[in-house]
Design a protein around this ligand. Sequence first.
Ligand SMILES: *Cc1c(COP(=O)(O)O)cnc(C)c1O
Length: 403
Amino acid sequence: MKLASNTPDWVLAALEERRQQDLMRRTITLDSPQIPHTKIYSQNYTAFCSNDYLGLANHPKLIKAMNNTAEAYGVGGGSSHLVCGHLAPHQALEEALADWLGYERVMLFSTGYMANLGVISALADKNRPVVQDKLNHASLIDGALLAQAPLRRYLHGDVESAQKLIARSAPGGLLITDGVFSMDGDIAPLSELSQLANQHDWMFVVDDAHGLGCLGENGRGCLALEGLDATSLPVLVGTLGKAFGTAGAFVATSNDYADYLTQFARPYVYTTAMSPAIAGATLASLQLIQSAEGQERRDRLARHITYFRQRVQSLPVELMPSNTAIQPIVIGDSKAAIQISEQLKTLGIWCTAIRPPTVPIGSARLRITLSAAHSDEDLVLLCDSLEKVLTAKLLNAERLNPK
Ligand SMILES: *Cc1c(COP(=O)(O)O)cnc(C)c1O
């Protein structure tokens, strides 16, 4: 039954515009856990677009830890951390994360989006400007908007461009970057940016959503890769919904910053604590990440990345300069990107096309993500299928190559 609609015209017009531009988005329903061999609308696919980089989202140890913690501490947090929602599993997870990364304190947030809103809206304001990379995650941009801070964005990965913008801004601001860029997979020049921030007496904030767990010694992410620590990187944001395989996020920082954020980060103060059962599962995940099994998973992921790049090199597309699990193939046109994604589907490969405004206009892409949960056979299937689709006559190489 269709109800009489009183949807305003501007809503319908906005939807129609998205449709016309091949930019309409909708959810799809997976009838399986988050695993590579997934079932979508009764069809079997091998998926290459999840952020479950280490294959922990469906790991038996996490499931068991979640069940055990739920038995002991229940499901709901029940209130914010500051009222009575901070339970023993939250505290244990915060302490373990702080130990792992070498920070005085860790604070849990309900999502990475909220962590970034919280940190930036608390630390920036009209007089404390924000300078950040052009390709930073949307939540970092939105944090600066929420703070009502002057916001300037430097050329991607360009330290000189960042320096110019800092020189033009009021003193004492925030320099903010993704560690691994979420849509390109490359890594920011963190040690140079850290020095730049230090020279100008600015705060340096890094969001390492895609590096933590996957990269560096013990999976400590970009921090370990670039030789940074709690002094050179005073505020580090990490998310738990990617390599950790659970949900939520955290900020690793000093006692003083943590005390300050506890007072002034509104997305921390005015929201319910994450489920204690999720905290229990995440603690199991962290133990796994630090174990020999975690290292094996990182090694397998690295082998997949090497194999993928070798194979795609010979195809009529350009690889991005990425050595991480994020291996995008830029198609350019949104319609062409959807077409390629559909053709891959007929070969049993699921990889959603990523279109503007998530990526810049004219750079729609297949954001292929690799996982330790993929087998060598999965990688062969992916590369064989890409070869078939990308060299097919119906798509000429020029259109595929935006440059
Ligand atoms: C995914 C992501 C976030 C958001 O984290 P959620 O926990 O999914 O809200 C923040 N920053 C970056 C760089 C991300 O890729």
